[in-house]
Design a protein around this ligand. Sequence first.
Ligand SMILES: CC(C)(COP(=O)(O)OP(=O)(O)OC[C@H]1O[C@@H](n2cnc3c(N)ncnc32)[C@H](O)[C@@H]1OP(=O)(O)O)[C@@H](O)C(=O)NCCC(=O)NCCS
Length: 183
Amino acid sequence: MLNKRETLRHQKAVDPETGRILGYARWCLPLSYEMNPDDGTPIWPEAQVPAVEPEREAEIRRMAETVIWDPNNDADELLDRVNALEKEVTPRTPYISLEYLAVHPDNQRKGVGTALVKSGMDQADKMGIEIFVHALREGAELYKRMGFRLIAELVQDDSAYGGSGEYGVYFFVYEPGSRTDSA
Ligand SMILES: CC(C)(COP(=O)(O)OP(=O)(O)OC[C@H]1O[C@@H](n2cnc3c(N)ncnc32)[C@H](O)[C@@H]1OP(=O)(O)O)[C@@H](O)C(=O)NCCC(=O)NCCS
């Protein structure tokens, strides 16, 4: 959470009665859009992780480095095609990236994902720049409903790697001011 503090913005949706976290979204602001040019204060400060004391940060980073990161690279050929397409369709103008969106399975289909995405759309409207998202099948309908435009999609057979046979990725753009009634 302390990485790229300047540009990353995090949001959690919390149940006010139980305090349980229902969902989470991570956004990345484009460089040079992360602070107000007039006074240097951060843009969207309520979604920025607060800084911690340097000693505390060093301790957190030491702990993070002990994690064993050993991903399985078997399906990389599928990802290579996804990455190539993403490179091709990524907007050439500054954009907010929706990097991560997840709602706990117990709380899905209750509007939590919509609320999280909506708050990023509010920022995009305020800043006058697009949102770009690399979506999975589960999220595609949500973005469409909210007024995002599908700019590319790729469905590949992932059955050789234990998948369902249809590994789909969808690239969407939200242009500021173009939200639909359901957003
Ligand atoms: C995708 C996800 C974030 C949606 O969050 P959510 O809180 O359930 O979404 P909402 O309740 O706001 O749903 C709004 C609309 O999106 C669509 N939608 C949501 N989940 C869907 C799903 N699993 N399949 C198809 N459409 C879906 C529906 O149109 C839904 O409206 P409806 O419930 O009236 O039919 C959530 O299902 C999730 O975390 N999935 C696992 C992680 C994941 O795939 N994240 C990547 C997203 S790109």
